[in-house]
Design a protein around this ligand. Structure first.
Ligand code: ZN
Length: 389
């Protein structure tokens, strides 16, 4: 058993200073001043006085197996390490293949999900890649979702992008219906995560799909919605009509100069429009990012990181644009709801014991509990992968 003492709890709604008692990976009590002295078993104590407690972050779009490769084989990015997530305050990660569904396989993605779980994180994945027909394990997208436990939906399928397979509306509709049915029959979300590119079609293919009337908007999660101003405005309208929108937090200064909507500004706009409950943020971690020199010439490549998630989401809180409990929903409660991740995204009795501990002034990451296990304490990473020094 473990007890986190005297933390100022945001569940994400503010609950005041509480102790959080944990047994077998779940929260079993939350109350002020819980006395564990008479317990018949030893209880490890994590003193969190002066710290803020939030649910462990849910990063809902990460290339856990590595991504990139768009500049040739030398530009393939490395796999995600457990320590990367711990440093980022992330306890739940959703893995996806990405552009390359040939040299990277669904079998490897499933194995990577099991590997991250075995090392202390919570992990689920999407089946498929940019292309249609999708890369799968069983040769059947619906069977993947229904029969392979870590697979909760399909994605990331590319639309409105030169790297997509230019799917027709009928092809998208068939894929979405199969994902939905696979999800229904297995009690999973069965959603489709769509990669949106910069092509002017934007969200139009999804609007067309929804206009047929038999698939709900909430079945689709378009991502990279902040990549250009037009797509961002479309995503506000999409969310106003009941859809989800996902923002990408990994970026480089050049993208912002070229019109990408900064996540802090994008969150503020959704809040202003009363649509924060339809918004999620994800890091696109381990994707490749271009670096440019001062003349604008490609000078190298960087890697997207889960660390960008909290760094971006805390910005509008620190600047006073919106309260912690509102901004934090986009990386806790909302992705857990969108993806039907029971026990995730909330601090409450019965929930999984995933707890992020933040410093009170800068909201910096000071501690982390993942599945009831202390992953970070006093800023030091304690939960590392097998090959992390
Ligand atoms: Zn993408």
């Amino acid at each position: 058993m473990l007890i986190v003492k005297n933390a100022l709890v945001y569940a994400p709604e503010p609950l005041g200073v509480l102790d959080i008692l944990i047994a077998a990976g779940s929260i079993v009590a939350m109350a002020p001043g819980i006395d564990v002295s008479g317990f018949p078993c030893p209880v490890e104590v994590y003193e969190a006085e002066g710290l803020l407690a939030l649910p462990g972050l849910v990063d809902s779009h990460v290339h856990i197996l590595g991504g990139g490769g768009e500049g040739g084989f030398a530009t393939r990015t490395p796999e995600l390490l457990v320590g990367d997530c711990v440093r980022a305050g992330v306890t739940t990660v959703i893995g996806t293949l990405g552009t390359d569904g040939l040299a990277r396989s669904m079998e490897s993605l499933v194995a990577k999900a099991y590997s991250l779980r075995a090392q202390g994180l919570s992990c689920w994945i999407y089946t498929g890649s940019y292309r249609i027909p999708p890369a799968t394990v069983t040769g059947d997208l619906m069977k993947d979702i229904m029969m392979i436990e870590p697979i909760i939906g399909a994605g990331e399928v590319a639309i409105s992008d030169h790297r997509s397979s230019r799917p027709t509306i009928a092809e998208l509709g068939r894929l979405a219906s199969e994902a939905r049915l696979g999800g229904m029959l297995s009690g999973k979300a069965g959603i489709v995560n769509f990669h949106l590119g910069d092509a002017p079609a934007g969200l139009r293919p999804l609007e067309e799909l929804v206009s047929a009337g038999d698939l709900p908007r909430a079945q689709f999660i378009p991502t990279h919605c902040n990549r250009n101003p037009l797509l961002f405005e479309e995503s506000l309208r999409w969310a106003a009509a009941g859809g989800w929108a996902d923002l990408t937090t990994s970026t480089v200064p050049r993208f912002i100069e070229e019109g990408e909507v900064a996540v802090a500004e994008a969150i503020r706009r959704f809040h202003e429009a009363g649509l924060l409950d339809r918004l999620t943020c994800s890091s696109d971690g381990q994707g490749s990012l271009p670096l440019f020199d001062e003349k604008g010439v490609l000078a190298g490549l960087a890697i997207g990181s889960s660390s960008s998630l909290w760094a971006a989401v805390k910005e509008p809180i620190l600047s006073g644009s919106l309260p912690l409990e509102e901004a934090a929903k986009t990386v806790t409660l909302n992705p857990a709801r969108a993806l039907k991740l029971r026990g995730k995204g909330r601090l409450s009795v019965g929930a999984d014991a995933d707890i992020l501990l933040l410093g009170p002034g800068d909201l910096g990451i000071r501690g982390l509990v993942s599945g009831g296990r202390i992953a970070m304490a006093g800023g030091e990473v304690l939960m590392r992968g097998a090959f992390e020094a």
